[in-house]
Design a protein around this ligand. Sequence first.
Ligand code: ZN
Length: 407
Amino acid sequence: MARCILCQSSDVEVVLDLGKMALANKFLTKTELEAGEPAYPLRLAHCSSCGHVQLPDRVPPAAMFEDYLYMSSLSETLVNHLHGLAAAVVDWAKLKPNALVLDIGCNDCTLLEGFRKQRMSVLGMDPAVNLAPVAKQKGIEVVNDFFGLESARKLRERFGPAKAITATNVFPHIPALDDFVAGLDVMLDADGVFVVEAHYLLDLLDQAAFDTIYHEHVSYWSLDAMQKLFNPRGFEVVDCERLPIHHGQLRAFIQRKGVRPASAAVTARLAQEREYGVPERAPLEKLAAQAHEVRRQLRRTLDELKAKGMKVAGYGAPAKGSTLLTFAGVDAGDLQWIADRSPLKQGRYTPDSHIPVVSTERILQDQPDYLLVLAWNFVDEIVRQQADYRSRGGKFILPVPEVKILQ
Ligand SMILES: [Zn+2]
């Protein structure tokens, strides 16, 4: 078993074994379908020394992030959220016009566009080669690399220190935490702020969102664990906020120790985590039991609908859908297709389950009886967009936290 990625202790124990799976974001082309895909163990583990929740099995990062099929700009909710974040950071850190803002894992530059609207000087970093032309089109400089000590030194030389560094959704992706914080130390200005948004452990527990566990997400962050990462390395979390977006996020403001006074929100959040039993192991055991229950319910529901001759398809092909489908053994015999708004995914097939991904126009053309909502965190937006499907009698199946039919 690997050592804890946060405290290096060897007291890392598996709490949920989801089986061997292909990479959740590796949607296959027709040719790739025949070649077969590599599968890696997907297990959730808990460190009994520091309490950090993590994956103990490593996958080469290049395999996951260089051809990235996820784009923030395709969800209205997310675009509004990221533009709101830009305004919040500028306000919180009282940034002056033209201050340098670096976004790590900038994806299609949606957040950086928000900062540009706030008159900041913007710079992005992302290893995804396929998204580089998108940045270019938007006129934003993006360095095509992973962030760490070495790449931070090069950045600092070229652009100087950043007043604000952001990392939304990528913070859980980082296995080499020491190297990342060392890079932060190089690139962040003396009074700069590092703002993280990461899927929050309490929301994972609250929503039984076990499907958000996939190889990309090496860490499942609590504030407690963030403090344990930053405190011994000269940084501190000074402010935080719990947000409903993206199945629940923790927004944390991190600075060099002592720059600004810490907010009472930090102590309040830590106290709430203790109420949940974090950083202990017990809440994760409950999550594991819920995951097995969803698998049983979903299998039963799909088998019953199939027996009745119902047409079932899927809505949304997010990475977490891959975890759910593979874990529950759902395949093209259960779902005829999955509709997704992303042109990058249309025409491809889901990992492991090999279900074709089609455009959303297909929903009204085929009018399936049921749509399994894999992007269940955007269910309100999806139901609103699919009002016509619903008015013609279409129903939705919500898989998580428990299987439910929306009439
Ligand atoms: Zn640990």
